[in-house]
Each structure stands twice: as C-alpha cells, then as structure tokens.
Write a protein that binds this ligand. Structure first.
Ligand SMILES: C[S@@+](CC[C@H](N)C(=O)[O-])C[C@H]1O[C@@H](n2cnc3c(N)ncnc32)[C@H](O)[C@@H]1O
Length: 206
C-alpha cells in the first residue's frame, strides 16, 4: 500500500520532466492502446502527470478518466493541458478502494500495479479492474520486468514477467482475463538510467 502524502511530496519536489518515469511520448502504451482499443472510454490508473491523457484526447478517445492517489500529480497534468483539462475527468483515489460508476473499454496502468506488494491489495486491484471493464474490454499493464529495478521512488516493488502477471491475475480472477500480447520495453530515465519493463495486454473474457 502506498499513500497520497508520499506521492504528493514526490511530485511537489520536482518538475514532471525530472521524475525517473517521465516520458515525452508514452510508448509503448500508445502503440498497444491504438492496436487493441482504437476508440472508447479510457481510465488511466495512477496516471499521475503522464502525457498519455494529452494523446488520448488528441485521438478523440472519450470519456477519458485519469485516476491517481496524488492530487499534486493531477494538478500538474491539468495545468499542462490548460483549457483541454476540462475534456478529461480527474479522480483522486486509491485504485484498490475505487468503485467505478461505469464500464470502460480500456484500463491503462504504467508502473502502478508493481507497487502493490501486498496480496490483498492486488486482489482488490484486480476486482476493481474486473468491475471497471465491460465484456471484451482491454487492460494494458506495464510493470518493472523481472530484471527491472527493485525499488522506485523509495518504495519496494514486485517485478513481473508477462507469464507471472498473467498468473497473478488468474489467481485472483480465474477465467476472467486472457493475455493477448506482451512486450519488453527499456525505459531510459531523464538521468540516463535504463529500466526494464514488461507491458502486457489482457482482454476481459475468454
Ligand atoms: C511511477 S508513477 C507512474 C505515473 C504514470 N503512470 C506515468 O507513467 O507517468 C506511479 C503513480 O501511481 C500513483 N499511485 C501509486 N499507488 C497508487 C494507488 N494505490 N492508487 C492510485 N494511484 C497510485 C502515484 O501517485 C504515481 O502517480
């Protein structure tokens, strides 16, 4: 379990572009999203100050919801977007306690699930993902790979191969999600450090 005060401090201390997870263009998220869920309602889980929302709005996805524990992170994204911020919905919440009020076509998570080092939190996350997606809905989940960093932002993480992530989801939601595609990705931080990620795409339903 991580908390909002921690993340508000992290985002408050540095410019968005100095955060280790900063990406000018959020790839491979965008490529996977466009390939598997080319339109519809999107929720970016733990979206923080990410620029993914800018691209989703430009691509005419909608509604676009950005959910994060940190109001400071969401405020940075809203400021960047200016007038366009009103085209998205911003929710300050812990994903593990969120009650979605609609079905989404796409669930996106880059570097959030891997912070859930407690099995009960992972079970709650997967139950929320199941509730949030309609039948046939797509989840794109990026985590540190098994040879990725062991910590991020001062917090321990749980690292995954696509097979391990698939098994984790299956253990909490048997038969509910099908792994469609996965790829490795090397993220280069603003300081030049290489971080190994895996991105996996799941469809709700067989
Ligand atoms: C490493 S950052 C990644 C941010 C964004 N996804 C990106 O790619 O730029 C992790 C984000 O997850 C958020 N977060 C961590 N735990 C969370 C939780 N339980 N519920 C919602 N957001 C969470 C943090 O506030 C932070 O914005």
């Amino acid at each position: 379990m991580t908390n909002g005060a921690h993340w508000n401090r992290v985002y408050g201390d540095r410019d968005e572009t100095d955060l280790t997870w900063f990406e000018e263009v959020p790839e491979p998220s965008l490529a996977l999203i466009r390939a598997h869920a080319p339109a519809g309602a999107v929720v970016d889980i733990g979206g923080g100050a990410s620029r993914l929302v800018d691209h989703l709005l430009a691509d005419a996805y909608g509604p676009v919801v950005v959910l994060d524990l940190s109001e400071t992170a969401l405020a940075a994204a809203r400021t960047r977007l200016g007038d366009r911020a009103g085209d998205a919905e911003w929710i300050v919440a812990d994903v593990t306690g969120w009650s979605p009020d609609r079905h989404f076509d796409l669930w996106h998570d880059r570097a959030v699930f891997h912070f859930l080092t407690d099995a009960a939190d992972r079970a709650r996350y997967i139950a929320v993902m199941d509730a949030a997606l309609g039948d046939g809905g797509i989840a794109v989940i990026g985590t540190f790979a098994q040879d990725g960093p062991e910590r991020c932002s001062g917090l321990p993480v749980q690292r995954y191969s696509p097979e391990a992530l698939d098994a984790e989801i299956e253990s909490h939601a048997p038969g509910r999600f099908t792994l469609l595609e996965s790829r490795r990705h090397v993220h280069v931080t603003p300081g030049g450090t290489r971080q190994n990620f895996q991105f996996s795409v799941f469809r709700k339903g067989a």
